[in-house]
Each structure stands twice: as structure tokens, then as C-alpha cells.
Design a protein. Structure first.
Length: 274
């Protein structure tokens, strides 16, 4: 296959191929708590550039049209999770979402909204306080009881493969925002914390598996999940939190049957910091 043909096919698969437009319309959610009683959509027409992402479009608005627009970003490489937004009806990372792909999906305009069901601080910036509190509650660091080795704690490629999917979570909050159990249960830990708990329970280097299970073995934890699968659909990294939560349920039952004392140890049994 000729190089040019390979390039064309790659651009089409990633959404970077040219769409033959000079302008693109962005409709962006705006809300300033100091002046607005409710949110609104502002419309911006900006020059289209081949390879433009939604984040690029937002920067064009910020730098050339309205410097008051507020949104989060950091790495611009789909790694930090800061730019998770609700774009044209789907949870997406603005830095990875190609405008051309949205247009090819049949959208005439690009609609950019903040993550739903989270308090809006301003425009596209949402309050993630509850999300981070739930994450901290599960002690998201390795806990060991044995003496420290002279070097690292080894892990085989096979052992690492069991947790690869969950290590890949970038903590963007999309699954948390999409979960009906989070919307209706204000004390529910949410799919991110559940999935990360399973990540540590399945990690062969961690030595507090039963204690971790005890942190989520209740109605505010794993048993609150009703397997609706919104979190799976929302995740921009194609991770399956529902599967991890079902794994937690199974391991919790097994721990109960063997009378694991660690289940009742509580959060204080884990170190306050790594």
C-alpha cells in the first residue's frame, strides 16, 4: 500500500482528515455564579484547521474572542483527565476529540458542556471535591506489612497484566459523573473508587487486601452498584469499572466465608499516606 494511502486511511480512522470547511460553530456552556442565575449556551464561529481538537477550538475562543471562558486542561495528551467534558452528547476528552470526527458523525455544530451531575464552578469547570474525597477514602496507595526489600517489590508481567486496565484510569471523573447511583446516593463512593479498590486488591504487591475489601463491603460501596454500565460507556479510556466492582463483590463474599478479620479493620488500619 502506498504511503499516501496509508496516511489517508490513518487520518480517517483518527478523525484528522480534512473536512473541507473554513469555519466551525462551537456552542459552549457558560455560567458565572457571580452574575448568572442559570447557565446558557454561547455560540462562537471560529476558523477550522485540519487536525483541530475541541480543546484547540476552546483555546481559539479563549485567545481570540472571549478571554473570560473557563475550562480545565493540562497535558493535552489524553493522560491527565483534566479536560473531560460532555461533548455532543457523549463523555469525551476535549484534547483527544477531533472536530472532523464530530462533523463526520453527522453533527453540524460542536456542543461543549461540563460534566453532568456535578456542581458547576464556572463555565466548563466543575467541582470535583466529592470525587476526590471518595478516591482518598479507599487509600489509593500500596500498603505493605512485611519488611521492605533491599530493592523493589517484584511483579511478573502476568501479575501486572491483571491490573493493567485499571492502572490506565486517568481519574477524569467521567464514570463518576455518569453513574445514577452517584446521583441518587450522596454517600456512594462511586465507580472510580470501586474500580481503584479492585486495582489494589488485585495487585500482588499490596498486603492489605481484606482491609480494602472492608472499606467497600457495604451499601455505600460495592453493593450500591446496580450494574447499569453507564460508567463503561462513559469511560474515554475504554475501562470497565462494572467488571471490577463485580470482582469486588465476589472477593468480599469469599472473604466473609473464610472469616477474614481484616474486613472490620476500618480505614484507620491503612496508612494515612504512602
Amino acid at each position: 500500500m502506498a504511503t499516501t494511502e496509508k496516511t489517508r486511511m490513518n487520518e480517517e480512522s483518527t478523525g484528522r482528515a480534512a473536512v473541507g470547511l473554513e469555519k466551525v460553530v462551537l456552542k459552549v456552556y457558560r455560567f458565572d455564579p457571580e452574575t448568572d442565575e442559570r447557565g446558557r449556551l454561547d455560540t462562537f464561529e471560529i476558523p477550522y484547521v485540519d487536525g483541530m481538537t475541541v480543546l484547540d477550538g476552546l483555546f481559539t475562543v479563549l485567545e481570540k474572542i472571549d478571554g473570560s471562558l473557563a475550562f480545565r486542561f493540562s497535558c493535552r495528551e489524553g493522560i491527565c483527565g483534566a479536560c473531560a467534558m460532555f461533548i455532543n452528547g457523549s463523555y469525551r476528552l476535549a484534547c483527544e476529540t477531533q472536530v472532523a470526527r464530530l462533523l463526520r458523525e453527522g453533527h453540524r455544530e460542536v456542543h461543549v458542556m461540563p460534566l453532568p451531575h456535578l456542581p458547576v464552578i464556572r463555565d466548563l469547570v466543575v467541582d470535583m471535591t466529592r470525587f476526590w474525597e471518595c478516591y482518598e477514602a479507599i487509600a489509593p496507595w500500596i500498603v505493605t506489612r512485611s519488611a521492605d526489600p533491599e530493592r523493589e517489590r517484584p511483579q511478573s508481567p502476568e501479575e501486572r497484566k491483571r491490573i493493567d486496565e485499571y492502572v490506565g484510569c486517568i481519574l477524569c471523573g467521567s464514570c463518576f459523573s455518569s453513574c445514577p447511583s452517584v446521583w441518587t446516593g450522596k454517600e456512594y463512593l462511586g465507580p472510580t473508587a470501586m474500580m481503584k479498590t479492585f486495582r489494589w486488591v488485585a495487585d500482588t504487591r499490596d498486603e492489605a487486601h481484606d482491609e480494602r475489601l472492608g472499606l467497600v463491603a457495604h451499601e455505600k460501596g460495592a453493593w450500591r452498584c446496580h450494574t447499569i454500565f453507564n460508567c463503561v460507556e462513559a469511560c474515554p479510556k475504554k475501562i470497565n469499572p462494572t467488571s471490577a466492582i463485580q470482582g469486588l463483590k465476589g472477593r468480599t463474599v469469599a472473604a466473609l466465608l473464610r472469616g477474614a478479620k481484616g474486613l472490620r479493620a476500618g480505614r484507620k488500619a491503612l496508612a494515612d499516606r504512602p
